[in-house]
Design a binder for this molecule. Structure first.
Ligand code: BTN
Length: 327
C-alpha cells in the first residue's frame, strides 16, 4: 500500500490528494491511509499533510531518493538458508546495508531456537542485511519490531486478524504464518551487521507442513481463500520494515511497545513460557521497556522473561510437548 500511496502522490506532481480519495482508490479506510503515510514519513519521505487538503509530495522533493536503505534484491532459485547466504555475500563484499536476499526455496531453512523452517516454493523466504549505528545491546527488541512490521503489512492481504506472539511470531487467524530470525555480528560495542531473516507462508497448502504442525500453522492463501502475488507481498513487507527500521533507529523500542501490545494475541491472558526444559506459567502483563515479557506467577511474583516460546489457549490444556513444536 505504501508503494501505491507514493506513486499516487508522485503522479499528483506537487498537488494535494485528499485522504478520502486515496482511501477510495486503494480500497482501504482513511485511518489505514493515515497510518501508512505516518510510516512513510518516519522512513524519510517528505510527505506534507494538511487537514483540509490531504497529502502531497512537495515539488522537487526527490521523494524516491529518500529510502533509508536501498533494497537491492538478490534473487536465487534455491539456497540452504537466505540468512547464511546473506552472511556469505556480505563477507565477500557483494551486498551491503539494505540489500535483500530472496530464495524461491530453502533446503535448510532455519527457525528460532535451532529449529527447522519448512521453506518450499510458494512462500517468501528472505533476509535483509542492515548496519545500524546502534550499540549491540540496543538491537535486541528489533526482532519484535520486525514482527510488528510484518504483521501490520500482512493485514491488508487477509480478512482475519493478524497478530503477534512474543517474541516475534506472526499469527494469521490465530495460527502461525510468519516468523523472524534475527542474527547479529558485533565486536565489542560496534555492530558489524544485523541479518533479519523473514519467512512468510504465502501460497502454501497445509499439507506441506509435517503432520504435527498442521493444526498450528497456516498460510496467507489459506486465510485469504486465493493465492496472492508474492512480489506484492514482498514489496509491502519491505516497505513496512523500512519504515519501522527508520523509526527504530531514530527513537528505539518505546514507540513500538504500544504497537506490539495492540497486535499481541496473548496480552492479559494465562500463558506458558517454555525455555529449554523449563516452563513458567502466569498472566502475561505485557512487554517491558527492553522487549522482555513480564509474567505474573501464581504466587504473585512478577518475572521478566528474555527468551522462550509462548503457549496459550488450547495449547495450555493439551499438555504433552507443545513447547517443542515449531512452524
Ligand atoms: C521462526 O522460527 O519463527 C523464525 C523463522 C525464520 C525463517 C526465515 S526464512 C528466511 C530466513 N532464512 C532462514 O534460514 N530463516 C529465515
Amino acid at each position: 500500500m505504501r508503494e501505491r500511496i507514493l506513486t499516487r502522490l508522485q503522479r499528483a506532481a506537487g498537488e494535494y490528494v485528499s485522504g478520502e480519495e486515496l482511501a477510495a482508490e486503494l480500497g482501504v479506510s482513511r485511518t489505514a491511509v493515515w497510518k501508512r503515510v505516518a510510516e512513510l514519513k518516519a522512513a524519510g519521505y517528505p510527505i506534507e499533510s494538511c487537514t483540509r487538503l490531504g497529502y502531497r509530495l512537495p515539488p522537487g522533493a526527490g521523494a524516491l531518493d529518500a529510502p533509508l536503505f536501498a533494497g537491492r534484491c538478490i534473487r536465487v532459485e534455491e539456497t540452504d538458508s537466505t540468512n547464511r547466504l546473506a552472511r556469505e555475500l556480505w563477507e565477500a563484499g557483494a551486498i551491503g546495508h539494505g540489500d535483500v536476499v530472496v530464495a524461491v526455496r530453502q533446503t535448510q531453512g532455519r527457525g528460532r531456537r535451532g529449529r527447522r523452517w519448512e521453506s518450499p516454493p510458494g512462500g517468501l523466504w528472505f533476509s535483509l542485511l542492515l548496519r545500524p549505528s546502534l550499540a549491540p545491546a540496543q538491537v535486541a527488541p528489533f526482532s519484535l519490531v520486525c514482527a510488528v512490521a510484518v504483521a501490520e503489512a500482512l493485514q491488508c492481504f487477509v480478512p482475519v486478524p493478524v497478530q503477534v506472539k512474543w517474541p516475534n511470531d506472526v499469527l494469521v487467524g490465530g495460527r502461525k504464518a510468519a516468523g523472524v530470525l534475527l542474527e547479529m555480528q558485533a565486536e565489542f560495542d560496534r555492530i558489524e551487521y544485523v541479518i533479519a531473516g523473514i519467512g512468510i507462508n504465502v501460497n502454501l497448502d497445509r499439507e506441506v507442513f509435517p503432520a504435527p504442525l498442521r493444526g498450528l500453522v497456516t498460510s496467507l492463501q489459506a486465510e485469504a481463500g486465493a493465492p496472492l502475488p508474492l512480489e506484492t507481498v514482498l514489496q509491502e513487507v519491505l516497505g513496512g520494515l523500512q519504515a519501522c527500521y527508520g523509526e527504530f533507529v531514530a527513537s528505539g523500542w518505546p514507540p513500538f511497545r504500544r504497537r506490539f501490545h495492540r497486535l499481541c494475541a496473548h496480552r492479559g491472558r494465562l500463558i506458558r513460557v517454555c525455555q529449554g526444559g523449563s516452563r513458567l506459567e502466569g498472566i502475561d502483563e505485557g512487554v517491558d521497556a527492553d522487549g522482555c515479557l513480564r509474567l505474573r506467577l501464581d504466587d504473585g511474583r512478577l518475572v521478566r522473561v528474555a527468551a522462550g516460546d509462548v503457549v496459550f489457549d488450547s495449547g495450555l490444556d493439551a499438555g504433552g510437548d507443545e513447547c517443542t513444536s515449531s512452524g
